[in-house]
Every structure is written in structure tokens, then in C-alpha cells.
Design a protein around this ligand. Structure first.
Ligand code: B16
Ligand code: MG
Length: 216
């Protein structure tokens, strides 16, 4: 194992809740039913892909221009929600996990499809803990396509087979497996059944990695 590639939303910080609030407001404005269960399907899915899934429940069709305007308005609302983020918004165990990787000599990458990822990393104060952060704006296909994880591995100079991916979303775990990497799911085993192993949160990351290293 030579590198660990982390997802951001739902793994390192709980922006998933802010995405939920912003999508919920948009869905209400279009008279589309939206709840926490539906939001689970959007985790790890990029902005336009998420919008398409929500609008599939609408009673009319939308032009491309309308879709872009809706996506822009959701993002504007989302940005107001994340504007106050600080290191206090790091999930438990996140910094310790990143520092443990660095101390072991592992490369550390970030594979978030969020176009707000650089802003969020700055607000959390952890930008310098990554050797490479994929710019989501340069990715052609979002998760579950493996492109973003393969890009991270390539830029880190590591074979995908020597990488571990860490994800909270089913689409993200699918992407990691399609990239040929070992997948650690963060959350519920029932949702993340494709992962090679699942931990409840990054507080369990170090122990899991030490066990994996021992068992080869
Ligand atoms: P944005 P991740 C993903 O981030 C979120 O899980 C997903 O809910 C969101 O729609 C997507 O980023 C796009 O975010 O609208 O900020 O570009 O989980 O890949 O870190
Ligand atoms: Mg995520």
C-alpha cells in the first residue's frame, strides 16, 4: 500500500447535510418530494447528476438553460451554508487519519467531485495535508465512474492496485472498486456493501489500516 485517497463530503466533514438543505429548498421550489432517504442517492453524485435525479420527480421537463439556472441557485445557497465552516467542522478522527498516513510515508490524495472542495479544504485548514487534490472541474465523468480516483493515483505516481480509497457514498465505493483499489467504506455496511471493509468513522481508520497492513 502506497497511497490513501480520501473523499471529502461525508468522510472528512459533514457537508452532506448542507447539500441536503440546499437540494431540499430547490426541490420544494419545484414541488418535488425530497427527503433524507432520497438524499442518500445523491451522495457522491456531481451537481448536474444530482439535479437530474431530483427533476426526474417533477411533473414537467426542463430546458438545459433552466437546469443550469437551478444548479446555480442551489450552489449559491450551498455556498452561503458553508461560508461559516471552520476547523471545528472536521469530523472526529479526520486530522489524525491524515497525519497517520503522512507519518507512515503514504501519499495522501483527495477525490471529491465537489467544485467547492478547494474552498472547503481551506476553511477546514487542511489543504497542506494532501499531496494532490483532484480539481473536480477537470473530471469528465463523476462517480461511480473511476476517473477521479484513477486521476488521483496517476498524479500521486502510484499504481491503483497500491491505493486505498475511503468513501461514505455507494457511488464512491463503486468508483474505487472500478479503479481497482481497496475500498474502505465510512458509514453503514448495508449501504456500502461493495466496500472491502466498512468503519463507522475515521476514528477507526488507524486501527483498520494497521490490521490491514498486518494481514497483508
Ligand atoms: P458541488 P464528494 C460530492 O462530494 C457530494 O457528496 C455530493 O452530494 C455533491 O452533489 C457533489 O460533491 C458536488 O458538489 O455542488 O459542491 O460541486 O462526496 O465527492 O466529496
Ligand atoms: Mg462523500
Amino acid at each position: 500500500m502506497k497511497a490513501v485517497i480520501f473523499d471529502l463530503d461525508g468522510v472528512i466533514t459533514d457537508t452532506a447535510h448542507y447539500h441536503f438543505l440546499a437540494w431540499q429548498k430547490l426541490a420544494q421550489s419545484q414541488d418535488v418530494h425530497f427527503d433524507e432517504a432520497f438524499n442518500e442517492n445523491l451522495k457522491g453524485i456531481d451537481r448536474m447528476g444530482s439535479l437530474e435525479l431530483i427533476l426526474a420527480g417533477a411533473s414537467r421537463s426542463y430546458s438545459d438553460a433552466e437546469k443550469l439556472a437551478l444548479a446555480d441557485s442551489k450552489n449559491a445557497h450551498y455556498k452561503t451554508l458553508i461560508a461559516e465552516m471552520s476547523p471545528a467542522d472536521l469530523l472526529p478522527g479526520a486530522v489524525a487519519a491524515l497525519d497517520w498516513c503522512r507519518a507512515q510515508g503514504l501519499k495522501v490524495g483527495l477525490a471529491s467531485v465537489s467544485k467547492n472542495a478547494f474552498t472547503v479544504l481551506e476553511s477546514l485548514g487542511i489543504t497542506d495535508k494532501f499531496d494532490y487534490v483532484v480539481d473536480a472541474a477537470t473530471i469528465a465523468r463523476g462517480k461511480p465512474d473511476p476517473e477521479i480516483f484513477l486521476r488521483a493515483a496517476s498524479e500521486l505516481g502510484v499504481d491503483p492496485a497500491d491505493c486505498v480509497g475511503v468513501e461514505d457514498a455507494a457511488a464512491g465505493v463503486t468508483a474505487i472498486k472500478a479503479a481497482g483499489m481497496f475500498a474502505i467504506g465510512v458509514g453503514q455496511p448495508a449501504t456500502l456493501w461493495q466496500a472491502d471493509t466498512v468503519i463507522p468513522g475515521l476514528e477507526q481508520f488507524k486501527n483498520m489500516m494497521e490490521t490491514l497492513c498486518k494481514t497483508g
